[in-house]
Write a protein of this length. Sequence first.
Length: 503
Amino acid sequence: MSFLLVAPIILPMLSALTGLLLRNSMPAQRSLSLVGPLTIAISGLWLLIVAENDGIQAMTLGAWPAPFGIVLVADHFSAFMLTVAGLVSLAAIIYSFAVLHERNIRFGHYSAVNLMLAGVAGAFLTGDMFNLFVWFELMLIASFVLLALGGGRRRIEGSVKYVAINLVSSAFFLAGVGILYAITGTLNMADISVKIGEVDNQGLVTVTAMFFIVSFGLKSAAFPLFFWLPASYHTPSIEVTALFSGLLTKVGVYALLRVFTLIFWNDVDFTHTLIMVIAGFTMVIGVIGAVAQYDYRRLLSFHIVSQIGYMLMGLSIFTPAAIAGAILFMAHNMLVKTSLFLVGGVLAHYSGTESLSRMGGIYRSRPFLAGLFAIAALSLAGLPPSSGFISKLALVRAGIDAEDYAIIGVSLGVSLFTMYSMVKIWNSAFWRPLPENAPRSVPSLRELRPIEQALMMGPIILLIGLSVVLGFVAQPVLEIATTAADSLIDRSGYVDAVLGASR
């Protein structure tokens, strides 16, 4: 069982290092690129089954007992997130086989991807606050490489903005970790959860919580700290944007859910009310930004921001049903958002542009692609019986039970504007005739070879197919999310699994 906990971290790292040594071998690069996502998906699914049958799994490294040693923990929440992250990254990497330039591969693209995935897995599995910081920094370094790889003014500018803002986030994170250690004498999350209630100055605990709201708010692109995302996510190649959209901000949300259920439970009336206000503004500002855009990727980038608000809504209501809805919404969004960006890549190939004002006629020439977009777009907007509808319904029902009607009203209104922006893409890119100013002699406007079609369309079909299944067979997944939410609200199971014999 210990291997299952370390494999999602160690194997992607080994794959990254091996890839650097074999950087001139394209077959080796592509084979090694699959190690990370496959390991994470398989380990996550296996750990989910084990957690269901045998409870939360924990191990300490180096034979140091908790809370002194480095701890890895897998509960329903972390195992579920690992599984979905593995599937999303697998789809994005397979898609990249058709479009990624050999130069970028030789410069370490897939090694950077595997290092980023090791950071993602480490963030999901760590039971230690300082190591959570370390895994975030590994993700930051690897994602900076992916943003900047290939050069060009636009990419460098976007990557500099991305890194600068995330360094600010890291500073707040490290300051918060330092204060937590000063007031509790430990960095083990389970141990902090026990000792935080014994701190005499609970006002200082609440102040410390603000450091983490700022840090994780920046990393998840929540209001008012979201501005870096639309300024940087449209700059790299489309498969990198798809990978980022499915993973990076969701790790920030994961950290918020973990920390503000396990550690900062002492002043819920203040901290979670603040999170609810942030959630509402995140939804509204994000969707307003999306409605104003006429660039496909910029529009979807603003929707990343808007959808983060729904996840924070579940945390802010702070009931098991609401948090289960947030977890289900995270899975839905990871699948659908990644697929929409990948659809955008195919759309840009055939259109020669990402500007909606210069697209048109795709429905007539590529009806299957149009159908895939329609399914994903309707799910993002939350129309029944999609996974978006099921997850939003779970959040709304939890809000009604908690009598938080204001945030419910905001979430429903934002869904209408989300639908409007999806219809705008449909009308501009798929339905109307090709406009006069559309590119007509662009080198990329060629018919894809069968292998390229399979590599580009296969991952899109996989992700949209999983989202459809999630909509029609939501009950088993909702049960997993509910179990995960119960263990987040009731901290005793996590604490006992980690501290166990040390208590």
